[in-house]
Design a protein around this ligand. Structure first.
Ligand code: KIV
Length: 263
């Protein structure tokens, strides 16, 4: 059965954890979907992870549509959430126009926006138009550009702001909220205070779900190792070994063999 924003929302009441990955292409989406992931975010982190940008800010609506369409084609069961890139929701009318494009042109089931009170009117507009929205509070990568990534909400004024933003998002009718890089205690308080599920990344164990960037989980980004990443594989090493063997075989004229050639 294909997940909907409602089935994801109801998981909190059922006490079931939500499993989510951020990924960006057809083959990995197919594999993750078959492996049982509930929700796939097509994150604008694609700009950093796959395209080599220093931040997420360079991503455009067209690029996010391209990646989301590839993911949507592969997915049969998971909910697909498209990240709206920076400046694609600067005002309510722009937000609505672009969110509609994500649903219509890329096959996304929902969209994600960063921020709380600053995007209140945009979220109101989308929810009123029947567009399922995921919120994002705590560290907001679009707001810091290539500035320093850090834990947000360690001191009380910032923690209060994040808490209030999460409460507001819940009241506005988002179906879930990503909590990024905040202390575990704050994430637990927010999770208790809101009706919708929270999905944490660097937010400790008490959120209703967890999300990681697939390349981090697979050990493909050796240069990046935030404390919250758990590596379930060492694919960078495996890929290097495989490519190294290919190099050797070609240079020693051991590839291709007769069997790998046409008569
Ligand atoms: O861009 C992204 O991948 C994200 C998730 C990690 C939450 O925003």
């Amino acid at each position: 059965m294909k997940h909907t924003p409602k089935t994801i929302y109801l998981k909190k009441q059922a006490g079931e954890k939500i499993v989510s990955l951020s990924l960006y292409d057809f083959p990995t989406a197919r594999i993750a979907d078959q492996a049982g992931v509930d929700l796939i975010m097509v994150g604008d982190s694609v700009g950093m992870v796959l395209l080599g940008h220093p931040s997420t800010l360079a991503m455009t609506v067209e690029q996010m549509l391209y990646h989301t369409a590839a993911v949507s084609k592969a997915v049969k069961r998971a909910l697909v959430v498209a990240d709206m890139p920076a400046h694609s929701y600067d005002d309510p009318a722009t937000a609505l126009r672009n969110a509609r494009r994500f649903l219509k042109e890329s096959g996304a089931d929902a969209v994600k926006l960063e921020g709380g009170s600053k995007v209140r009117d945009q979220i109101k507009e989308l929810v009123a138009a029947g567009i399922p929205v995921m919120g994002h509070a705590g560290m907001l990568p679009q707001g810091i550009g290539d500035g320093k990534y850090r834990v947000y909400g360690k001191e009380s004024a910032e923690a209060k702001e994040i808490f209030e933003d999460a409460k507001l998002l819940d009241q506005l009718g988002v179906f879930s909220i990503v909590l990024e890089c905040i202390p575990a205690k704050l994430a637990a308080e927010i999770t208790r205070a809101v009706r919708c599920p929270t999905i944490g990344i660097g937010a400790g164990p008490s959120t209703d779900g967890q999300v990681l960037v697939l390349q981090d989980l697979l050990g493909i980004r050796s240069g990046v190792s935030p404390r919250f990443v758990r590596r379930y594989a060492k694919l960078e090493e495996a890929i290097q070994k495989a490519v190294g063997r290919f190099c050797r075989d070609v240079r020693k004229k051991k590839f291709p063999s007769k069997k790998e050639s046409f008569a």
